[in-house]
Design a protein around this ligand. Structure first.
Ligand code: IMP
Ligand code: MG
Length: 174
């Protein structure tokens, strides 16, 4: 594995995203939707930098695919416990890859009539997009490569690494 983003780089990106969000929602309440599991660490660091009155709830969706790829339909395995109607909602996601997960979540949450619905993603793999979706707040843009660390897993491992690493091609085999 090769280090891609250090703790300092991640911290800088998180603070930058937090200040953009604060600017957009000047003094207003914000409802953060943490997409489990990948964005738990990102969400907790991001929220520590936000001074708006903030709420957080958690949602988990499963997409049908394997560990290295996610494709196709999604299903909710853990839904929000709070109502988001009329609220300023920011979805917090670790990675936008094909975009399938986030576009499904976005459409789903839109039906619940939030006042505003924004997307905050730590990493955007823009080149791999299959459906049209844009992050409103994006930490890093990378081309390709499978990444782990800072909440992001490979087969449930590496979430506890404080830095982000890229897994070398040959390490993925088997
Ligand atoms: P999408 O539906 O293809 O956009 O997939 C997004 C989800 O796939 C992310 O939330 C991650 O859970 C997972 N994913 C995509 N790329 C990576 C990666 O490089 N490392 C770990 N998980 C990834
Ligand atoms: Mg994920």
């Amino acid at each position: 594995m090769k280090k891609l983003f250090s703790k300092e780089e991640i911290g800088g990106a998180v603070r930058r995203l937090a200040s953009l969000i604060e600017k957009d929602f000047e003094g207003e309440d914000i409802f953060f939707v943490c997409l489990l599991k990948g964005s738990f660490m990102f969400t907790s660091d991001l929220l520590r930098c936000i001074r708006n009155p903030s709420r957080v709830d958690f949602m988990r969706v499963a997409s049908y695919g394997n560990a290295m790829q996610s494709k196709g339909a999604i299903s909710i395995t853990k839904d929000l416990e709070e109502d988001i109607e009329g609220k300023n909602v920011v979805i917090v996601e670790d990675i936008i890859d094909s975009g399938i997960t986030l576009s499904s979540v976005r459409d789903l949450l839109k039906e619940r009539k939030p006042k505003v619905l924004k997307i905050c993603a730590l990493v955007d793999k823009r080149a791999r997009r299959e459906v049209e979706i844009e992050g409103d707040y994006v930490g890093f843009t990378i081309n390709d490569g499978f990444i782990v660390g800072y909440g992001i897993d490979y087969a449930e491992l590496y979430r506890n690494c404080p830095e982000i690493y890229v897994v070398e091609e040959n390490e993925n085999a088997g």
